[in-house]
Design a protein around this ligand. Structure first.
Ligand SMILES: [Zn+2]
Length: 244
């Protein structure tokens, strides 16, 4: 019975055991985040264990949320923000890491997708805690001028960092298998970087949709931007795309 229960729930690690989600200021190219959305099973207690590790070891804990207030309740979202403040952790963006700021214990809070409304809804809370977010925007070329302006204002007001997350949010390794590496770079990666740069964003990183990556893709995309982001899956039942 015990074995069955363990299988059914998987073997989920507490986030402080997920080495790949902690940036140790080693100048690595491929970064990984853990997801804190409720459905991932990484509850706020597990996230707080990760915050403790970041404080104790001077590392940057990378946390991805898709829709604050929707994919994670506001109470947990605020508890996360307060946990960062109470531990004296810094807010670190991808721009900060690419620039090579002095090593500090911190949190890289990340949004990804095209969830503009929940992102804007989080403004007041982010402001209360001085939280700066790295926003990986996908399907940017399909946004209206008004939506782009909303992202611009949100980023400018909060000191947030807007970064690339592919044109169509497709799984890179499958795309490469079907169409080749050059097509992936030309159709999915580079235009997502160019579109943001055309609107004045610096763009120092590319986040893989679903965290899906290979070493070959890393090498190629790593020539376009200095930092890449994958995901650290905390369940042992699937192998994590995070290389660490
Ligand atoms: Zn995504």
């Amino acid at each position: 019975m015990l074995a069955v229960a363990a299988l059914a729930t998987g073997c989920q690690k507490q986030t402080d055991e997920v080495d790949g989600a902690f940036y140790t200021w080693d100048n690595r190219v491929v970064h990984c985040a853990v997801e804190a959305d409720s459905k991932t099973g990484n509850d706020i207690v597990s996230i707080e264990a990760g915050l403790d590790r970041a404080r104790d070891r001077g590392e940057v804990f990378e946390i991805l949320i898709h829709q604050p207030g929707v994919s994670i309740p506001w109470t947990d979202f605020e508890r996360l923000l307060a946990g960062v403040r109470d531990r004296g952790l810094a807010w670190v963006t991808y721009e900060d890491m690419a620039r090579g700021i002095p090593p500090v214990g911190g949190v890289s809070l990340q949004y990804d997708g095209t969830w503009i409304v929940p992102w804007l809804d989080s403004r007041a809370l982010l402001q209360n805690y001085g939280a700066r977010v790295t926003i990986f925007v996908t399907r940017y070329t399909r946004l209206t001028d008004g939506e782009r302006a909303q992202i611009r204002r949100f980023a400018d007001e909060g000191g947030h960092d807007v970064e690339a997350h592919a044109v169509n949010h497709l799984r890179g390794p499958f795309y490469v298998e079907e169409h080749g590496l050059d097509a992936y770079l030309d159709n999915e990666v580079q235009p997502s970087i160019d579109a943001l740069r055309a609107d004045g964003y610096e763009v120092v990183s590319f986040a893989y949709p679903f965290g899906d990556r290979t070493d070959e893709i890393d090498r190629a995309v790593g020539k376009r931007v200095p930092l890449l982001r994958s995901l650290s899956i905390t369940r042992d039942v699937v192998s994590s795309p995070c290389p660490h």
